[in-house]
Write a protein that binds this ligand. Structure first.
Ligand SMILES: [Zn+2]
Length: 312
């Protein structure tokens, strides 16, 4: 049986069993959430709960163990109550995560006639058109464009399109294009599978930049992610979420995933999809579904407005 005392001892965590705020049978430690050093975090093993008097962080012991060991909720559960079933599920899921790694040594290139935006170039007509589109349609600025390494293509299959490169482990592995031409047959186009190194549905957009972050926002589209902030957001490229993408989200090992899907008035299924995803991820980390105002997507909102929604 799991003993919190043994766990604290093994992990070299100082604890007290008596003192001002410690009742009989309870333990107090320095709070791993707020970092206070005066043993304000009380643990009640019989109730299976903890509570910090300083920062008010509280919850069940599984969460505390996950925090102390810096592991996912489901791994902490395994420590407290080992069941081989959970272990099996984890192993299976880990396998799929491994498969979505880059398996090819090929070089990946953006299409011909694709150019990076150049801030100093004031007379380039194509760039001007592309830039205006990004500003008017998505309200993006130069910082956003540079952070996302956006490009534009002027000729061929992706003519008159913004090119959004996808990176994984520091390597460009794929791209999608977004046409600014109102008469284009397709608004979005994908790099053909045989040319890409990793399929966009087998990875998540902006994985590299959020890996290791505690709180990560999950949105549908790449432009939503750029707008919400590439320092904290990933995109799934649609609401049809694949198993590989779910695994990758789990593999991020974030403390909290915030799901922020569009509120498309024509698609009532979206809110169900975001809730389903949250339920699936909930054994692994904290999840939160944010409902956007009717008809809005994250790309329509300013960073402050999104901060308000997340905080609330
Ligand atoms: Zn605290």
């Amino acid at each position: 049986m799991f003993s919190i005392e043994q766990f604290l001892r093994i992990n070299n965590i100082e604890y007290r069993t008596n003192g001002k705020n410690v009742s009989k049978g309870e333990y107090s430690i320095c709070c791993p959430y707020c970092g206070e050093a005066k043993f304000h975090c009380g643990i009640n093993p019989s109730k299976g709960l903890f509570n910090c008097w300083k920062c008010s962080e509280k919850g069940n012991i599984v969460r505390l163990v996950a925090k102390i060991k810096n592991i996912s909720f489901i791994e902490a559960k395994e420590i407290i109550n080992p069941t081989s079933e959970l272990k099996k599920i984890l192993e299976e899921r880990n396998k799929v995560v491994e498969e979505s790694e880059i398996i090819s040594n090929k070089d990946f290139k953006l299409p011909e006639h694709t150019y990076r935006f150049d801030k100093d170039d004031k007379i380039n007509m194509w760039q001007e058109v592309a830039l205006n589109f990004l500003k008017e349609k998505y309200d993006l600025n130069w910082d956003d464009i540079e952070q996302a390494n956006l490009c534009y293509c002027v000729y061929g299959r992706y003519k008159n399109s913004i090119i959004i490169p996808f990176y994984l482990h520091g390597k460009m592995v794929n791209f999608i294009s977004r046409s600014w031409d109102k008469n284009a047959k397709k608004r979005y186009d994908n790099c053909p599978n045989e040319e890409s190194l990793v399929n966009t549905k087998k990875m998540i957009y902006n994985y590299d930049n959020v890996k290791g972050k505690q709180q990560i926002i999950v949105v549908e589209g790449c432009f939503d992610a750029i707008k919400t902030g590439l320092d904290r957001t990933v995109a799934l490229c649609g609401t049809e979420i694949t198993q590989e993408q779910r695994n990758t989200l789990i593999g991020l090992k974030a403390e909290e995933l915030i799901i922020l899907f569009d509120n498309d008035p024509h698609l009532t299924s979206t809110s169900k999809k975001s809730q389903d995803l949250a339920d699936y991820l909930s054994p692994f980390c904290k999840t939160k579904v944010i409902k956007l105002p009717h008809g809005k997507d994250p790309g329509d909102m300013s960073r402050d407005e999104i901060d308000n929604l997340i905080g609330g």
